[in-house]
Design a protein around this ligand. Structure first.
Ligand code: HAM
Length: 443
């Protein structure tokens, strides 16, 4: 006899269930509305891509690519599935996407989108996969809402506008404790970031003995990431390290100053944070992160920045680029913690019907009310009125429409308001009118 296996969602993944999914839908709908007012259109790239794409775009030395990707060897066309037979398979590696900027740039090149009017503005929603240690606000399958602007110029007004758009979106949702941190990490020339990184590395070598293991390793692989460290014992040391703002080239320095001015012009408050370096390699110049309340240590709800070299790095034409991604799971968590996560649950109308003659009227009423956009529960079999009202209550219905044989015969239907128990009689036409009116009043 087969043993009974109790299946559970894989660690770091979870089921999103109603009524919470209502809140997810509201957030996504608001994003679509806000982003479209700024001229963005939706792109839906695939969930998996060649591993090489992420290695090149995000960077082979980053945590994301070196430790966190779900990578598998796809089988050659026609070969049997791994699930049916284990066999040595010979084909290229593919990975579940850990982020979507690389995919958007790949799609931009693949579809020759540089021929479209510039700049091109695209947004996306969907799951991303990173094999991180799960904790509050950190999952292995998580959701991002992101946007990218590709092509055209690198005018600082673009950086400021895209940031303004995220901030407006968060304000629209009523997100609390929102803080925007910005920085410029310059560009990779010797007189700019590369020169700074060498100075930083030299300074880090001096204090090597006082650093933790991760930071020690990063002196060689990626000294900028040391600035990101949350290790308590390293904070005083980091505070004394050379700052990138003192080592930007003239052009990057001017660009950064203008981004700040453009944010001021738009009334977007920000905090400069010279330690904000981001964990993906493709950034240059403007980087930003937004934190919100109620999230503990995983409090970044949005990260983004400029990545002017990325499309070219992936084989496309020289192209300017900037964008961001919002962690939707964290956004939802923060809204819920602030009591902004309430969702309209339940039903508008529960149809309590009884008797053979009442059933066709109940079915027709359900169809009509649903057609008018009301949430209606129609029990499939007749119930005693007492039981029906109890059920209506449990489902959080606002009204019960009582349809017995008397009501059908007289054409006068009884509507009971469950909150206060009051009842009123209506003809079918009057009922719809009444419900429409109360919906306007209550919403
Ligand atoms: P990122 O900073 O790696 O940037 O991710 C953006 C946001 O996704 C984070 O701020 C966080 O809210 C959320 N996030 C990341 N990892 C997890 C996780 N394991 N669990 C829950 N939420 C998570 C990017 O992905 C870039 N592609 C953003 C971008 C777009 N830059 C330019 N364009």
């Amino acid at each position: 006899m087969a043993t009974k296996t109790k299946f559970q969602a894989i660690k770091g993944t979870r089921d999103l269930l109603p009524p919470e999914t209502e809140l997810w839908n509201r957030v996504e709908q608001t994003a679509r509305e806000v982003f479209s007012t700024y001229g963005f259109g939706e792109i839906r790239p695939p969930i998996f891509e060649p591993t090489e794409l992420f290695a090149r775009a995000v960077g082979g030395e980053t945590d994301i690519v070196s430790k966190e990707m779900y990578t598998f060897r796809d089988r050659p066309e026609g070969a049997e599935s791994l699930a049916t037979r284990h066999s040595p398979l010979d084909s290229s590696l593919v990975s579940l996407r850990p982020e979507a900027t690389a995919s958007v740039c790949r799609a931009y090149i693949e579809h020759n989108m540089q021929q479209l009017p510039a700049p091109l503005k695209l947004y996306y929603l969907g799951p991303m996969f990173r094999r991180e240690r799960p904790q509050k606000g950190r999952y292995r399958q998580f959701y991002q809402i992101g946007a990218e602007i590709l092509g055209g110029t690198d005018a600082p007004g673009i950086d400021a506008e895209v940031i303004e758009m995220v901030m407006l979106f968060f304000a629209r949702l009523g997100l609390e404790g929102v803080q925007l941190d910005i920085n410029s990490i310059g560009h990779s020339a010797p007189e700019c970031r590369r020169g700074y990184v060498e100075k930083l590395r030299a300074a880090l070598v001096e204090v090597r003995d006082q650093l933790g293991e991760d930071s020690k390793r990063r002196i060689d692989t990626n000294p900028l990431r040391v600035l990101d460290s949350k290790l308590e014992s390293e904070q005083a040391i980091i505070a004394k390290l050379p700052r990138i703002s003192d080592h930007l080239c003239d052009e990057c320095s001017k660009h950064y100053a203008e981004v700040k001015r453009q944010l001021d012009l738009r009334g977007v408050p920000f905090k400069e944070n010279w330690r904000l370096v981001r964990g993906l390699d493709y950034y240059m110049r403007t980087t930003f992160e937004i934190t919100a309340k109620g999230l503990g240590s995983q409090n970044a709800v949005c990260g983004g920045g400029r990545y002017d070299g990325l499309v070219e790095l992936l084989g496309g034409p020289p192209t300017k680029g900037i964008g961001f991604a919002i962690g939707e799971d964290r956004l939802i968590l923060s809204l819920q913690e602030a009591g902004k996560g309430s969702v309209t649950q339940g039903r508008d109308v529960y149809i309590a019907w009884m008797g053979e003659k009442a059933q066709p009227a109940a079915i027709a009423a359900a169809r009509k009310l649903r057609g008018a956009g009301f949430r209606v529960e129609l029990p499939p079999t007749e119930q005693k009125f007492g039981k029906a009202l109890g059920q209506a209550d449990k489902l959080g219905s606002r009204y019960a429409l009582i349809l017995g044989e008397d009501e059908v015969a007289s054409g006068q239907w009884t509507l009971k308001t469950l909150a206060d128990g009051t009842q009123a009689k209506f003809s079918e036409a009057e009922l719809l009118e009444f419900l429409r009116h109360t919906r306007v009043v209550s919403s």
